[in-house]
Every structure is written in C-alpha cells, then in structure tokens.
Ligand binder design. Structure first.
Ligand SMILES: Cc1cc2nc3c(=O)[nH]c(=O)nc-3n(C[C@H](O)[C@H](O)[C@H](O)COP(=O)(O)O)c2cc1C
Length: 212
C-alpha cells in the first residue's frame, strides 16, 4: 500500500475505468479511512451509500450532468452530510462520549466544565443555512480520506460535484432532507497508463503575506 505522501502525489481524477470489479474489502477500507476523519466537536456528519447496480449507476450519471464515467465505474459512492448530527441532542451525545471514553482529559478541558456546557446549550440553534458550510466542510474531510485510501490501494476515483439538482440524489434513494448531498465518487481500477499531474499553483502563489 502507498504511504500518505505517495498517495497524495499519485492521486489523479480518473475518468476511465477498467471493467474489473472492486473487491468489497477495498471499499470497506476506504470507508474505514473516512470513518476515522476528524470533525469539529466530533460530529462525524458524513454518510455514504455504496452503489454497484448498473441501472442505479445510470441514474446517477443522469443526475450528475450526464457524466459518462460515473456509469462506467463499477462502484459509485454517494456522499451526504447529515444535518441531524448538528442537533442539540447529537451534541450532548458526543460530549457524553468524550466524558465516558476517558479522552476528556486529553482535550481542551472545556467539555468537562459544566458552565461551558450550559453556555453551549443556551446558544440559539443555528439555521439550516448557517449549518451547511460546516456540514459540507467536515464531510469533505472524510471524503478526501476515502479518496486517498483508494489511491493507496491502487484504485482510481474522481470527485463529482456537478449536479443539475443535487437533491435528486435524495429522491433516487428515498432519503430525507436532513441528508445534504456532498459529492459522488466513482471508484474503479484506472484504465490506461498513469495520467500526468494536473497543473497546480506554485507555493508562492498560495502563501499570503500579512497586509498590515
Ligand atoms: C468538490 C469537487 C467537485 C468536482 N466535480 C467534478 C465533476 O463534477 N466532474 C469532473 O469530471 N471532475 C470534478 N472534479 C475534479 C476536478 O476537476 C479535479 O480535481 C481538478 O481538475 C484537478 O485534477 P486532479 O484531481 O486530477 O488533480 C471535482 C473536484 C472537486 C474537489
């Protein structure tokens, strides 16, 4: 298996897949990499649906602006963020886990402070709109874990975020509106030789200098 650094360098968006099937253990390992991702307050809002069925892959292709390679990939992982994980009840549950699992002392200590917890509970509940950015930001971390694990295992993937109406994914699978579509990830063995790396900005272009 590739190291993290090798996987980061080798990953490409793959849009041509060999017809070979992907073993279930590999998909499980990708999901395990996603499961271990970090998230703010440990909310773990990511949820995944694994699709192998050809007819469903065809439906997914239509929802994703008719991008052909989605149907061609033997496996497609449909990724959602679950807004329910930002409810007050879910927050309490996560805090209780911190306390009960013996890790609280390794954290900032705030969760062990009843005054802080009372303060948290007194805050007005954020609106759906306000929650969408943290929801998707946290979900994307897990998705990239999954993608890098796929590369490490010799598999190809491509992030797909091009939808005409992302909530068609909910309608396709009968999922409620608390599940917010995040990305669709086709998975398979890459067909052909290793693609050249796509261009990236130079380091100087991404480094900011303080303006004050
Ligand atoms: C959030 C997100 C959405 C994307 N959506 C699509 C998409 O709908 N179709 C597609 O072919 N590629 C999509 N891409 C892949 C990008 O085009 C690709 O990552 C970028 O061009 C750099 O190429 P590389 O991944 O091979 O390094 C998406 C990437 C991200 C991160």
């Amino acid at each position: 298996m590739l190291t993290v650094w090798e996987a980061i360098k080798m990953r490409r968006s793959i849009r041509k897949f060999a017809p070979d099937d992907v073993p279930g253990e590999m998909i499980e390992q990708m999901l395990e990499a996603a499961r271990l991702a970090p998230s703010a307050s440990n909310r773990q809002p990511w949820r995944f649906l694994v699709v192998r069925d050809k007819e469903v892959r065809k439906e997914l292709r239509h929802i994703c602006l008719n991008q052909q390679f989605i149907e061609e990939a033997p496996v497609v992982i449909v990724c959602f963020g679950d807004l329910e994980q930002y409810s007050r009840a879910a927050g309490r549950k996560r805090r209780k886990e911190f306390m009960n699992s013996g890790v609280a002392s390794t954290m900032s200590g705030r969760f062990a402070d009843p005054k802080y917890v009372t303060y948290l509970d007194s805050l007005p509940a954020p609106s759906r709109e306000e929650l969408l950015t943290p929801l998707i930001a946290n979900t994307f971390i897990a998705i990239e874990h999954l993608v890098l694990m796929a590369t490490a295992l010799g598999l190809g993937t491509c992030w797909v975020g091009g939808f005409s109406d992302a909530y068609e994914l909910n309608r396709l699978f009968g999922l409620a509106g608390n599940l917010v579509p995040a990305a669709v990830i086709p998975v398979g063995y890459p067909a052909g030789e290793l693609l050249p790396q796509r261009p990236r900005l130079d380091l100087e272009e991404i480094l900011l200098k303080p303006q004050a």
